[in-house]
Design a protein around this ligand. Structure first.
Ligand code: ZN
Ligand code: ZN
Length: 258
């Protein structure tokens, strides 16, 4: 198997915003991490799979690594919380706090993934799973069977209406259930920027197929449609504008018949 020591790809989206991804992770599990640089503190939104150490990469992007750093887990799916344990300040919605404190064990080997999930992913439009969730190793001799999700008990909770304040940047917490029950997004009103996490991105949106979660998801999408959003940075796939967001939302509402 390939060895790719440059595990994370980093891309500056604007003077105070970085995108971090893991290109050697299967597209379903290759999530976006966003680093927002603030005056008094920096904010990391999600922390990837936890295959390779993330902290050094994040600190390398920060003008002052001594400044406080907040790690917000937008929800507790494996591809968003893998490195949460590397950060001292860990925020999550209360509904998913137990999962962050004691994550469901996960393997990089995909043979344990149920038929139901495989079908869900394929039907959503994703390519078939690989034998492993990664197609390269982060270092020679990396033991894929030693992979584990480490406990990262939250040091604080975030709920609807809370504000994450970086001194000169404030993000309002939106509770956006549907993809997962405790899913949160962040809205930066000043620029109309939404960090939509897995509530909305420009790729196949996933829910568990239950009528309840579809209804919740539809309500979340309708709510986003009515917000003064100009730009969306999602939990997966490239960023997009309001027109594309509306198109995505309309498409799903139609497809779900809600
Ligand atoms: Zn995700
Ligand atoms: Zn997710």
């Amino acid at each position: 198997m390939d060895v790719d020591p440059h595990w994370f790809r980093t891309q500056q989206l604007d003077p105070r915003l970085w995108l971090i991804t893991e290109p050697r992770v299967h597209p379903i599990f290759c999530a976006n991490m966003h680093l927002v640089l603030g005056r008094d503190a920096d904010l990391l939104i999600d922390s990837g799979m936890g295959v390779a150490p993330l902290r050094p990469v994040v600190d390398g992007l920060r003008p002052d690594p001594a400044r406080p750093l907040i790690c917000l887990s937008t929800h507790t799916h494996v591809d968003h919380i893998g490195s949460a344990h590397e950060f001292e300040t860990r925020l999550v919605h209360p509904v998913e706090a137990d999962e962050l404190a004691a994550p469901t064990p996960y393997s990089l080997r995909t043979d344990g993934i149920s038929e139901a999930f495989r079908t869900l992913f394929l039907d959503a439009g994703y390519p078939p799973l690989w034998p492993l969730l990664i197609d390269a190793l982060p270092s020679a001799g990396y033991d894929v069977d030693a992979y584990q999700l480490r406990p990262a008990p939250a040091t604080g909770m975030v709920q609807e209406g809370d504000v994450i304040d970086l001194g000169d940047w404030q993000g309002e917490v939106l509770h956006l259930p549907g993809h997962s029950p405790g899913q949160v997004g962040l809205f930066h009103a000043e620029t109309g920027t939404l960090f939509g996490a897995d509530a909305i991105y420009d790729g196949p949106l996933l829910h568990d197929g239950e009528a309840d979660s579809i209804a919740e998801y539809a309500a979340t999408l309708r709510r986003l449609r009515d917000l003064p959003i100009r730009r969306v940075h999602g939990g997966h796939d490239p960023s997009f504008d309001k027109a594309r967001m509306d198109e995505i939302i309309e498409g799903y509402l139609r497809a779900w018949g809600v």
